[in-house]
Design a protein around this ligand. Structure first.
Ligand SMILES: [Fe+2]
Ligand SMILES: [Fe+2]
Length: 458
C-alpha cells in the first residue's frame, strides 16, 4: 500500500514539489489559497496568502505573505522547475465571509482584495482557473494531491466531525440524551489541576504595576528553579528566540530584552495546562490550544502597541490566559464532540450558547472559577469573563478586553486550523473605535504578526 504524506502549508508561505505521494494541505479562513498543477511537467504547489499587498513602502521580509508579490514568486518557482503557463491549472479557495456584517468587513477588505489580485495575476499569466470557491461562508481546507494533481476544497471542520462521528457510531437519533457534566465533576476537575506556580503569579502581578524593575522579576525566578528552567526552554523555542542559543536568564535578558523574558516566564508557567488538552476537544489538533493562546498573546501585544492604551506586556498575559476555562472543559468537549459540532455548524448556535446547551456551562464561567482560585487580578478575570462580549465588560477594563477580543477574532480568521471557537463580533466597528482603531488597521495588525504564529510546527 502506498502511503501519502500530508504537508501543511502555513499562512504566508508556499511549497512546490514534483509528482509524488504527498498531499499539500492549506486551512483557509480569510486567507486565500491557490493550488496549481502542471500535468505535463508533473509539478504542483500551493500558496497560502495572508494579505492582498504589503502595508508599508519598505521591502517586506516575507513577500510570500502577499498576493501582489508572493503569487508571482510562487509562479516563478514553478516555471523554473519546468512548468508552463499552457499546462498549469489553478484552483483558488478561501477568503471566507463568516459571521455578521461587521465581521465580514475584515473578510471583504482583506480576503476579497487578495482574491481580486490573485485572479488578475492568473489571468495576466494566462493560467487556466479550473475551480474557484472564494468568499463562501465556511473556513475550508484546500488540498492538492501531488500523485495525480487532483485538488479538493472542503469545509475545514468536516474532518473532525466525520472521523469522530464514525468512530463513536453516534447517530442523529440517539445523541440527544447525553448527560451534561455535573457541577461536582467540573469542580473536581478544577481541584485536580496543579496550582499555577506562585512565582508566575507574582511576576504577573509585578508586571501589572507601573513601577517594577527587572531585578524584582529575576529575584522571583531565582527562587523557583523549575520555572526558571522552563523559562529558559521557552526562551529557546521558536516563539521567542529562534536561532540564538540562550543558556542563562542573564543571556535571555541581554539578548531578548526584559519584555520578552517576562513573556517567556508567563508562557512557560501556562504552557502545561494547555498541553494537557485533547486533540479532539476544543482544538482540531494536538497542541492547538496552546498555539491559539500564544497567537492571541502575541496579537494582543501588537494591538496594544498600535492602539497605545494598554501596556503591551499586560496585553500579552491577557491574550495568553483568555481561554484558560477551556482547560477545565476540554475533556468533556472531547467526549461530546459530535454534539458540540452539530450545535455549532448545523444548528449554527453561537459558541457560548453551544457550550451552555451541551455542557451546561461556558469556558468563560469555568475560566473565572479557575482564575478566582488562582487569585488572578480583576483585570485578568474580566478578560476571561467578557472576551466574547467586550461591550458588557466594566468600563475600567474594557480596553484590554476589547484588545483580546480582536486578537481572538483575528487568530480564528487567519489561523483557522487550530480551534473550533467561533468568535462573533457584531459590534466590531464600535469595539475598534473605542480603541481609536478602524477596520483599515486590521491589515497593519496582521502584517505585524510574526509568521511562526501561523505555523503550528515551528
Ligand atoms: Fe474564548
Ligand atoms: Fe480564544
Amino acid at each position: 500500500m502506498v502511503h501519502t504524506t500530508t504537508t501543511h502549508i502555513p499562512s504566508g508561505s508556499f511549497k512546490t514539489a514534483k509528482k509524488s505521494n504527498i498531499l499539500f494541505q492549506a486551512h483557509l479562513g480569510t486567507c486565500v489559497g491557490v493550488a496549481i498543477f502542471d500535468d505535463h511537467a508533473n509539478i504542483g504547489g500551493i500558496i497560502h496568502i495572508l494579505l492582498p499587498e504589503p502595508v508599508s513602502s519598505f521591502a517586506p521580509e516575507y513577500p510570500e505573505k502577499y498576493a501582489s508579490i508572493g503569487l508571482p514568486l510562487f509562479l516563478q518557482e514553478m516555471y523554473s522547475m519546468g512548468a508552463t503557463q499552457d499546462n498549469m491549472v489553478a484552483t483558488v479557495a478561501g477568503g471566507a465571509l463568516v459571521g455578521p456584517l461587521s465581521h465580514q468587513d475584515i473578510n471583504l477588505d482583506i480576503g476579497g482584495r487578495s482574491t481580486d489580485i490573485v485572479m488578475k495575476i492568473l489571468c495576466r499569466e494566462g493560467i487556466t482557473i479550473k475551480k474557484s470557491e472564494t468568499g463562501g461562508f465556511f473556513t475550508c481546507t484546500l488540498e492538492l494531491n501531488l500523485s495525480n494533481g487532483v485538488t479538493t476544497i472542503r469545509p475545514a471542520w468536516s474532518y473532525n466531525y466525520n472521523s469522530i462521528h464514525k468512530e463513536t457510531h453516534i447517530e442523529n437519533s440517539n445523541i440527544v440524551e447525553v448527560e451534561k457534566p455535573s457541577k461536582d465533576s467540573i469542580e473536581n476537575t478544577i481541584e485536580s489541576l496543579n496550582p499555577i506556580p506562585q512565582t508566575a503569579l507574582k511576576v504577573m502581578r509585578i508586571v501589572q504595576k507601573d513601577n517594577y524593575t527587572i531585578n524584582s522579576i529575576e529575584k522571583e525566578l531565582q527562587r523557583d528553579q523549575v520555572l526558571a528552567s522552563r523559562t529558559l526552554q521557552m526562551c529557546n523555542s521558536a516563539i521567542f528566540a529562534g536561532k540564538i542559543r540562550i543558556e542563562t536568564l542573564k543571556d535571555a535578558l541581554l539578548i531578548l530584552g526584559a519584555n520578552t523574558l517576562i513573556n517567556s516566564v508567563i508562557t512557560a508557567a501556562i504552557k502545561n495546562y494547555f498541553n494537557q488538552s485533547e486533540a479532539n476537544g476544543y482544538s482540531m489538533c494536538r497542541g492547538g490550544m496552546f498555539f491559539h493562546s500564544v497567537g492571541c498573546a502575541v496579537t494582543s501585544e501588537i494591538i496594544a502597541k498600535i492602539a497605545g492604551k494598554i501596556d503591551p506586556k499586560i496585553a500579552y498575559t491577557a491574550g495568553l490566559i483568555h481561554d484558560i476555562g477551556k482547560v477545565v472543559l476540554d475533556q468533556y468537549v472531547a467526549k461530546l464532540y459530535p454534539l458540540f459540532f452539530r450545535e455549532l455548524h448545523q444548528k449554527k448556535a453561537d459558541y457560548l450558547t453551544a457550550e451552555q446547551n451541551i455542557l451546561g456551562i461556558t469556558h468563560c464561567e469555568t475560566g473565572v472559577m479557575l482564575a478566582e482560585k488562582w487569585c488572578f487580578s480583576d483585570l485578568l478575570i474580566d478578560v476571561i469573563k467578557y472576551h466574547h462580549d467586550p461591550q458588557s465588560s466594566p468600563m475600567s477594563n474594557r480596553d484590554i478586553v476589547s484588545i483580546v477580543h480582536i486578537a481572538d477574532l483575528l487568530m480564528l480568521r487567519f489561523n483557522s486550523r487550530v480551534q473550533t471557537d467561533k468568535t462573533e463580533s457584531a459590534n466590531l466597528n464600535q469595539i475598534l473605535s473605542n480603541l481609536g482603531l478602524s477596520i483599515s488597521d486590521m491589515a497593519k495588525i496582521i502584517d505585524a504578526i510574526p509568521l511562526h504564529v501561523f505555523d503550528l510546527n515551528s
